[in-house]
Design a protein around this ligand. Structure first.
Ligand SMILES: [Zn+2]
Length: 80
């Protein structure tokens, strides 16, 4: 299992922020990838799906925002 940070391209400010949750995946990507690329078959890992449904804070504007475009949401491998 590898640990991934879930991050998204923010529509509010255009930067990439963390969604504040990490996920563990069995056959995850070796490098930064989008959710759309990783789960191209259309079935998104339930843990990931749960995280990306939540609103996230834009640390630049302070507003709650959400990103529904799975090509704008990334999984980034974390080294422990
Ligand atoms: Zn932002």
């Amino acid at each position: 299992m590898a640990k991934y940070s879930v991050r998204f391209k923010c529509d509010e400010c255009g930067q990439v922020h963390t969604m504040g949750h990490d996920v563990f995946l069995e056959n995850g990507p070796a490098s930064k990838s989008t959710i759309g690329d990783i789960f191209s078959a259309g079935v998104i890992d339930p843990e990931v799906a749960k995280i990306i449904r939540n609103k996230s804070m834009c640390i630049t504007s302070g507003n709650l925002t959400s990103q529904q475009d799975i090509q704008q949401i990334f999984l980034i491998p974390m080294d422990d």
